[in-house]
Design a binder for this molecule. Structure first.
Ligand code: DGY
Length: 322
């Protein structure tokens, strides 16, 4: 038996990450990258020191309580923790490490891509071109709206929200935000804080959701809040699907109340997404690729292993959430 720490790795990773895992750890690797069930995870965790998981492996209280005693830490390749029952982990004295910072730039880039693509009708015009339908240039074809100089409401002004704000300023957008708390002046910059949700929404010609999924943010975008947006608003979600009430958003996209949406995350993803989104021409949808950039995914894995090594050395890990 190896004296290296043993880690259960539930998914396949970029080569640099797997090389470090192979070099420094005794790993139990899910070779074929299938989605492991809770009971498979519990079984495969026998004798392991840590689980190296992703958002694809929900760890409920029941699963956490059934993990073998050898497990000391959960390393999740995500900044979001809504797939883990943190209270249960804390109760079992399991450390939970995440990937703050590593995902920030990549996710903000997807936010800008969706904002631009939704505003300028990128998916719709691209499909038209590929279908061989393009006959002539036309002054009235695929006319979208400029984002330059327009008001952008950022819901959730954490690292990702603030980075979106910086990128949006490059487009001269007028940034305002909602957050659990108003930011300190050095973090707030020129962004305008709205204490009142209704006033925030009414000012959000463009709205981007960047907040984590919590009991307070779930269902934030619903029929009532959509009604408070300006007519023809453009909405982007790079947070979590459950911030949105799908039926309300789909109805608003059909009526034109919302002109277009850019969506990276969905309720029920991947198998049970409301497929009505895919029939709407004004939806720019991508499959949860916010952090899917080589730099980000490498940094995420390295950050988890650095944190785990710090813990093993009895040091604090800056990416420890529990
Ligand atoms: C995150 O970091 O939470 C992403 O949504 C997935 O890794």
């Amino acid at each position: 038996m190896s004296d290296k720490p043993r880690i259960l790795v539930t998914r396949r990773h970029l080569a640099e990450i797997e090389a470090r895992l192979q070099r420094d750890y005794d790993i139990v690797l899910n070779e074929d990258d299938h989605i492991m069930t809770a009971s498979e995870i519990i079984g495969a965790a026998d004798g392991v020191d840590a689980l190296f998981i992703c958002v694809t492996e929900p760890l409920s209280e029941k699963t956490i309580n059934a993990l073998p005693n050898s497990v000391q830490a959960i390393l999740t390749l995500s900044v979001g923790t809504d797939h883990i029952d943190l209270a249960a982990a804390e109760k079992r004295r399991l450390a939970v490490l995440t990937t703050p910072d590593a995902v920030t730039a990549a996710t903000a880039e997807i936010g800008m891509l969706l904002l631009l693509g939704a505003a300028r009708r990128a998916p719709e015009s691209g499909r038209y071109l590929r279908a061989g339908k393009w006959q002539t240039w036309s002054p009235t074809q695929f006319v979208g709206v400029e984002i330059t100089g327009r008001p952008l409401g950022i819901f959730g002004m954490g690292r990702i929200g603030r980075t979106v704000a910086e990128r949006a300023r490059g487009f001269e957008m007028k940034v305002h935000y909602r957050n659990r708390n108003r930011l300190a002046p050095d973090l707030e910059g020129s962004a305008v804080y709205f204490n009142d949700l209704g006033e925030f929404l009414a000012a959000s010609e463009f709205l981007i959701l960047c907040a984590p999924s919590t009991p307070e943010t779930k269902g934030l975008l619903n029929a009532e809040t959509i009604a408070q947006l300006p007519d023809g608003a453009i909405v982007v979600n790079i947070a979590r699907g459950d911030l949105v009430d799908d039926a309300a958003l789909i109805a608003a996209l059909k009526s034109g109340k919302i002109a277009a949406a850019g969506l990276d995350v969905f309720n029920g993803e991947p198998a049970n997404i409301d497929r009505r989104y895919f029939r709407l021409p004004n939806v720019f949808a991508v499959p949860h690729i916010g952090s899917a950039a080589r730099q980000a995914r490498t940094a995420m894995g390295m950050m988890l292993l650095d944190g785990f090594e710090a813990l093993r050395a009895g040091q604090p890990a800056s990416n420890r959430v529990v």
